[in-house]
Ligand binder design. Structure first.
Ligand code: FPP
Ligand code: ZN
Length: 332
């Protein structure tokens, strides 16, 4: 029998209901409090932070309308006219992670035309390395997250043929491990977040033939702890964001029924802050927009009531994916 060394003890008084209006207030306040220390300290995450918050609001049927123009204007200012990439914040260096967040937000608002699309395509194209991998920016860090970002961006822009797709697949394949999972580079240990990235990459490039599906799905199920929460690697504590990384991957593989959805839902609700709104990584920790998005998105995959359907590959509302006519591979 497997011995679980690391898990959390759930509190007794879990509210088994989504406190939607508190979460909406929590996210809206986070964006408004621009004079707070935390806001100043999170410049380097700004655009991704906006994507987390705006997507969570949209999934909870509270998408913004009044601030859309200002947000689009901000993203336009974050695009570097030379490289074409988008940065986290005005005057920062562009990075593929924030380029993706900018594109996801503009796609959600149906405002992709506001930026220089050709510039973005060239930026992503230039980040591809000789072995098919992608670096995150001009400084050269390579990671399978960036392969996923590249194909998400280019598929949203309908320009996937701008990169060498076969070479990109070959690199991702070289990061597959004996357990069916994937790491950040060849020989790196399997990690549920990076496994989500690689399976998402293969969902967009329609190359599930690379996967060892049953082995991988089994490894993913083993991420569920007795508390109901998922961890990202063996012997790590569960964290609510892994509800998304693991569940979305199982959803792409058509294996949502392989885990205990009811127990996961209880764990997710245990991470919700009843006083301030928002979700934290584990019960009683400090909530943040990142964990709030992935908790709400996981509840959407669990078919929780009154949440919009999320697309497991793109982590965007399904109606946006349908409008863009994107068709990632998702097994029934
Ligand atoms: C855990 O990171 C999560 C990952 C490694 C996956 C991140 C995926 C992306 C950035 C791609 C874009 C994603 C979406 C949803 C559009 P961590 O640093 O918290 O890992 P740790 O738990 O091991 O510390
Ligand atoms: Zn987390």
């Amino acid at each position: 029998m497997t011995e679980h060394l690391h898990d959390v003890v759930l509190p007794d008084n879990i509210t088994e209901e989504l406190l939607t209006s508190q979460h909406i207030d929590f996210i809206k306040k986070y964006g408004e409090e621009q004079n707070k220390f935390e806001y100043g300290m999170t410049d380097y995450l700004r655009l991704s932070g906006m994507y987390w918050g705006l997507t969570a609001l949209e999934l909870m049927n509270a998408g913004v309308t009044d601030t859309q123009d200002a947000i689009v204007e901000y993203i336009v200012k974050c695009q570097d006219p030379d490289s074409g990439g988008i940065s986290a914040c005005i005057d920062h260096d562009p990075h593929i992670l924030h380029t993706l967040s900018g594109i996801q937000i503009l796609a959600m608002f149906d405002k992709l035309d506001a930026i220089d699309i050709e510039g973005v395509v060239k930026y992503v194209q230039k980040l591809q390395q000789f072995d098919g991998s992608f670096s995150g920016d001009k400084w050269g860090e390579v990671d399978t997250r960036f392969s996923f970002c590249a194909v998400m961006i280019l598929s949203i822009l309908n320009r996937i043929s701008a990169i060498k797709v076969q070479k990109a697949v070959k690199f991702v394949k070289s990061c597959k491990n004996f357990d069916g999972g994937f790491g950040s580079r060849p020989l790196a240990e399997s990690h549920a977040g990076l496994t989500y990235c690689c399976v998402g990459f293969l969902s967009i490039t329609k190359r599930f033939d690379v996967l060892d599906i049953d082995n991988l799905a089994w490894w993913l199920c083993e991420r569920q702890n007795p508390s109901g929460g998922f961890n990202g690697r063996p012997e790590k504590l569960p964290d609510v964001c892994y509800s998304w990384w693991v569940l979305a991957t199982l959803a792409m593989l058509g294996k949502l029924t392989w885990i205990d959805g009811a127990k996961l839902q209880t764990f997710i609700f245990a991470c919700q802050d009843q006083e301030t709104g928002g979700f934290s990584d584990r019960p009683k920790d400090v909530p943040d927009p990142f964990h709030t998005l992935f908790a709400v998105a996981a509840l959407s995959l669990l078919d929780y009531e009154n949440i919009q359907k999320v697309n497991p590959t793109y982590c965007m509302p399904q109606h946006v994916i349908d409008r863009l006519q994107l068709d990632p591979k998702i097994l029934p």
